[in-house]
Design a protein around this ligand. Structure first.
Ligand SMILES: Nc1ncnc2c1ncn2[C@@H]1O[C@H](COP(=O)(O)OP(=O)(O)O)[C@@H](O)[C@H]1O
Ligand SMILES: [Mg+2]
Length: 432
């Protein structure tokens, strides 16, 4: 029997929890069958480019060091949590995507130019309910003598109060390329507006109408899978994701999921989170360009096993089926739906969903997981219920929280993971 081994590279910051979990699940899942050697098709790997029977996977943490632009990388797929913040790994990723066909979660080509602002533009263009948003010029011109000349000659004086009045209070002021709540403020009146604008300095800011929402839904998408979670932004980190399986009105759940998938397929992001505010049955997307989404055990808790499984499944699927990354965005396919005369919002969403599912090969992915990773759910359940996972949980809490809080957080996380084990056991029992 022939075999192909794949090396998955991880570009990491401070995290230890999810890389350990990801590696452990991949190891426990063992080699994965490629296309059938007798040539028969089972709907899950017929386009495989390798023609091999057994695929095995190794993980390596990528180090940062000089590289020749003509070097060939060792990796077949890279999961990146770093390049949004650091230029050297970002440029390395661009090189391996452009020259070596390495499969990336995510490609900096998509993320570097597609910050929050571009994502707003794209979703408004597609007819989504992005709240009224205005980009205002820098409060303080950049410290650059030529820019000062340009600014003094061409920047139009403008009436900030009039801009705000057109949007209407309350509103949010936030950086056009924001992340991690940096520089975000809620503005209730003109005095707060001016104070926040004066403080914005050299940050380029959006003003955005505040949505008076009932519920905040944050969805995490990994390839063809999406988990919609109830998010409580005012709570401390460990309580932000509430465990609640039916917090959205009928229809809104599917819409939130579709919006997450659509954004990702449109920009070709494969690992991203999307924030939507839901009022009644209306869904308003407000933040959906999160290049390095948080998947920490301490914040995802109950949803952590799902995220790790999805990451493993999507990586394995991409590698075994020889999925190719595309660098072009094919925006015209989406715009054609947006521009269809007389088409309803619901029909647009259905059209986008079809395109998104096509991009993510959703059906093929599901068939692949059922045929090639049939035991994964059971393997992960046993692991999460056992002592090795508990050790990871304890180590993670000890590295994140001060000593006097550790017992409390260990108990808190254990409780949530026990709940997951109970729910998952019931789910698996039911499906058998
Ligand atoms: N238009 C809005 N209406 C209501 N709340 C908002 C709005 N925009 C931002 N917020 C609040 O501010 C937080 C941070 O804004 P967000 O756009 O998500 O920026 P970041 O990219 O920094 O996460 C959101 O999680 C939400 O709680
Ligand atoms: Mg956000």
């Amino acid at each position: 029997m022939t075999g192909t081994s794949h090396i998955i590279g991880l570009l990491l910051g401070t995290e230890e929890d999810w890389p350990t979990a990801f590696g452990e699940i991949l190891r426990r899942c063992g080699p994965v069958r490629g296309p059938r050697s007798d040539g028969a098709q089972d709907g899950s790997g017929e386009n495989d480019r390798t023609g091999c029977d057994l695929h095995s996977f190794d993980i390596e943490r990528i180090t940062i060091e000089p590289f020749s632009l003509r070097d060939h990388p060792r990796y077949d797929l890279v999961i990146d949590r770093l390049a949004y913040w650091y230029y050297h790994p970002r440029e390395w990723l661009k090189k391996v995507a452009m020259m070596d066909g390495v499969y990336l979660l995510n490609s900096p080509f998509t993320f570097q130019s597609m910050e929050k602002h571009a994502a707003y533009c794209a979703m408004i263009r597609l007819g989504l309910k992005v709240p009224e948003t205005v980009l205002v010029p820098y409060k303080n011109p950049l410290d650059n003598s030529r820019y000062a000349y340009t600014a003094s000659r061409y920047n139009q004086a403008f009436d900030l109060d009039a801009v705000a009045e057109r949007i209407g209070y309350p509103m949010f002021m936030k950086p056009y390329d924001g992340g991690a709540w940096r520089g975000v403020s809620r503005i209730n009146n003109a005095a707060e507006l001016h104070a926040a604008y004066d403080a914005s300095g050299e940050m380029l800011m959006h003003l955005q109408k505040a949505v008076d929402y009932d519920v905040f839904a944050r969805s995490l998408s990994i390839g063809a899978e999406t988990m919609v979670m109830k998010f409580q932004p005012d709570k401390p980190m460990h309580e932000r994701y509430a465990v609640d399986h039916s917090f959205l009105p009928p229809g809104a759940g599917l819409e939130v999921q579709t919006i997450g998938r659509l954004v990702n397929a449109f920009f070709k992001w494969e690992f991203n989170s999307c924030e939507t505010l839901v009022k009644g049955s209306e869904v308003y997307p407000i933040d959906y360009a999160n290049a390095c989404p948080d998947v920490a055990l301490t914040s995802l808790h109950y949803y952590f096993p799902w995220a790790m499984k999805a990451l493993v499944k999507w990586s394995v699927f991409a590698l075994v089926t020889g999925r190719q990354a595309k660098l072009d965005l094919e925006t015209d396919r989406y715009f054609a739906i947006a521009d269809e005369p007389g088409i309803s919002y619901g029909d647009k969403l259905a059209g986008y969903r079809k395109l998104a599912d096509g991009y993510f090969e959703t059906e093929r992915y599901q068939d692949f997981c059922a045929a090639r990773l049939p035991n994964l759910d059971q393997v992960v359940l046993e692991w999460v219920a056992g002592p090795a996972f508990d050790e990871l949980l304890v180590t993670t809490v000890k590295s994140v929280y001060p000593e006097h809080e550790q017992d409390k957080f260990i108990a808190h996380l254990r409780g949530l993971l026990h709940l997951w084990v109970r729910d998952e056991s019931a789910r698996l029992a039911e499906s058998h």
